[in-house]
Ligand binder design. Structure first.
Ligand SMILES: CC(C)(COP(=O)(O)OP(=O)(O)OC[C@H]1O[C@@H](n2cnc3c(N)ncnc32)[C@H](O)[C@@H]1OP(=O)(O)O)[C@@H](O)C(=O)NCCC(=O)NCCS
Length: 178
């Protein structure tokens, strides 16, 4: 798949490309990074579990794309999941390699994926959940235009603590109004 660009003035620092089987080795590394384990609230995965995780997403009909930087290097993945056309909605998720975080790539990737969701899949709403402690992710999502629609108290557990979960959403009408 060729790259897709956003019509919303995104500087286009990243390109979204097909997520290929050979990308799974890198995905396995990112998933087991201590920060992503803490922020996503998952336990470490074996390589085989990572392969099954990707297969399951494909079987579910999720739109899974690779994120490539200016040098065409793989730096993350992004996906639309739980796509329900009858409701015009889908969830969104993103994970960058530890080395690529904090440099604006997430914003570029999110904007492009949201543009695909609203512009090509004709969705009405894109939503996500994130841990209340994940300030970097919440800051990114707010910058894209997502708003907090609900706060689920003490909804997740890891490292001996319960954490709140935020439910955030973005409507097509809000995106078009940018
Ligand atoms: C979360 C993630 C996708 C963010 O992408 P990123 O490219 O690293 O995001 P950035 O650090 O460039 O931040 C994007 C914006 O969010 C905001 N932001 C970043 N860190 C923030 C913080 N600590 N507090 C508040 N806002 C913050 C800023 O507005 C920033 O834009 P700016 O630097 O132009 O002002 C990425 O860090 C990642 O993959 N983390 C690990 C996995 C993860 O947590 N995934 C999400 C699970 S819900």
């Amino acid at each position: 798949m060729d790259s897709v660009s956003s019509p919303h003035g995104d500087p286009g620092r990243v390109r979204l490309r097909a997520f290929e089987p050979e990308h799974i080795k890198e995905l396995h590394r990112w998933l087991n990074d201590p920060v992503s384990i803490e922020m996503v609230g998952r336990t470490p995965l074996t390589y085989e579990q990572t392969v099954k995780h990707v297969e399951k997403k494909r079987q579910n009909g999720d739109l899974v794309l690779a994120i490539a930087n200016e040098d065409d290097q793989l730096i993350g993945w992004i996906f639309l999941q739980h796509i329900e056309y009858e409701h015009g909605r889908a969830g969104i998720g993103i994970l960058l390699s530890p080395e690529a975080r904090g440099r604006g790539y997430g914003l570029s990737a999110m904007r492009q994926m949201v543009a695909i969701g609203f512009g090509q899949l004709r969705l009405n709403k894109i939503y996500l959940t994130t841990r209340g402690i994940n300030e970097q992710a919440i800051g990114l999502y707010k910058k894209v235009g997502f708003v907090v629609e609900g706060q689920l108290r003490k909804h997740g557990y890891s490292g001996g603590q319960y954490y709140d979960t935020y439910f955030m959403g973005l409507l097509a009408s809000e995106w078009s109004a940018d």
